[in-house]
Design a protein around this ligand. Structure first.
Ligand SMILES: [Zn+2]
Length: 179
């Protein structure tokens, strides 16, 4: 994602190689994250959404016969332990409306991970919901294939404090679709 980089943006480290530090309250942050401006961090995430949606539209085979996936609406409204959430609302017979929900506090604490890994993770869910709506398994073969196409590790969990190795980072698909 080098072309998305600007001089005042978070450095382009691999997200899982970024040093973590604790503030005086014992809260964990990516190093340097506390100094970043929230609007700039959000602008970078929005650029990443554009990037992955554009990549998804170029996926071979499945994209040939369907309407290209639209850009989702990004909403910064998550609280608690869920870092990101993909929501597809399908009202028959039309195509689904899609949102990516983001945890704004975790985005400030872990901007590199949230932009480099959580964002493609959630976009991959939207891609599966859009192109392969009959898919049953949340982190199944279809989702893993999109992640590999994106060049991102198909990890079902996020690596933030309080979530490590936790599979249950998102509500199950039925609830996502009902939101
Ligand atoms: Zn997921």
């Amino acid at each position: 994602m080098k072309h998305l980089q600007r001089s005042d943006d978070p450095p382009a480290h691999s997200w899982n190689a970024v040093p973590l530090v604790r503030d005086r309250n014992g809260v964990e942050w990516e190093v340097g994250a506390a100094q970043r401006h929230p609007q700039r961090v959000r602008a970078r995430l929005e650029q990443a959404v554009d990037h992955w949606i554009e990549r998804a539209r170029q996926m071979p085979i499945i994209t040939r016969v369907k309407t290209p996936i639209p850009r989702p609406t990004v909403v910064y409204d998550l609280r608690g332990s869920v870092a990101g959430m993909a929501v597809s609302l399908r009202e028959q017979p039309g195509p689904p409306q899609q949102w990516m929900h983001v945890h704004p506090e975790l985005l400030m604490r872990y901007p590199i991970q949230m932009i480099q890994q959580t964002t493609p993770h959630e976009i991959a869910h939207l891609v599966v919901d859009w192109y392969l709506p009959r898919t049953r398994e949340h982190h199944g073969a279809e989702w893993c294939a999109v992640m590999r196409y994106f060049g991102r590790p198909p990890l079902p969990y996020h690596e933030m404090e309080g979530q490590r190795r936790s599979i249950a980072v998102e509500p199950p698909p039925q609830r996502r679709l009902a939101l």
